[in-house]
Write a protein that binds this ligand. Structure first.
Ligand code: ZN
Length: 220
């Protein structure tokens, strides 16, 4: 039975026989996601170019986004998706000349690969230490559904919401495929910084992002 379900999820012919929703072993097979852990870019000669924010306790945004990105990639792959990470544990640093061009290149990769969707991961920062909450940004209309799903699932993190709106950013304007930029909370808020640093929270955040992607792109 299990084998049949596996087959049912991986071949077109069996797909037409329709695997029962929720029982499919690979609900995201046939999809490809570009997951972009924000920042982590150096110049060719090794100078820091785009390091991201660092919290008062020394937690670096670029490490948080990398951990959540890797966790998210693992969940997506387990569900049968192909995942391309713009940074990974094996290659944590990107090389670039200009921040904006490097950010555009991340989204351009998703376009080139005809990705199902592009997900950029960040953590927010503000001079106001009390600023808190998650944010979802998108630009094109093909991203609205994904943005709404992200917003709905991010509520489970209980961090509150900072922003949810269309926004012309390097990655959202470059991306032609559905694209969202997620701020996972404020690294400048001491409470949220501590949370963002814990593997348990990072895994929970990845699960929430996965649930949103599965909501929109899993086979029903
Ligand atoms: Zn950032």
């Amino acid at each position: 039975m299990m084998l049949r379900r596996l087959i049912a999820c991986t071949t077109l012919a069996a797909r037409l026989l329709s695997a029962p929703a929720g029982l499919c072993a690979a609900p995201l097979s046939g999809t490809l996601f570009v997951v972009d852990p924000g920042h982590g870019t150096r110049t060719v000669d090794g100078r820091p170019l785009n390091l991201g924010a660092v919290g008062r306790h020394g937690i670096a945004e670029s490490l948080v986004t990398l951990a959540v990105g890797e966790d998210l990639a693992r969940l997506l792959r387990q569900a049968g998706a192909h995942v391309v990470l713009t940074r990974s544990y094996t290659k944590p640093w990107r090389t670039g000349r200009l921040v904006r061009l490097d950010n555009r290149a991340r989204a351009a990769l998703a376009n080139r690969l005809h990705a199902t969707a592009f997900v950029a991961l960040h953590a927010d920062a503000s001079r106001n230490r009390k600023a808190h909450g998650t944010s979802v940004f998108w630009l094109r209309s093909n991203s609205v559904r994904l943005a709404a799903a992200m917003r709905a699932h991010l509520r489970a993190l209980d961090l509150g919401e900072s922003q949810f709106r269309r926004r012309n950013l390097a990655v959202t304007s470059e991306a032609r495929v559905p694209a969202v930029l997620i701020e996972l909370g404020f690294i400048s808020n001491p409470f949220q910084e501590r949370l963002l640093a814990t593997p348990a929270f990072q895994q929970r955040a990845a699960l929430v992002l996965y649930a949103a992607l599965a909501d929109v792109y899993a086979r029903s």
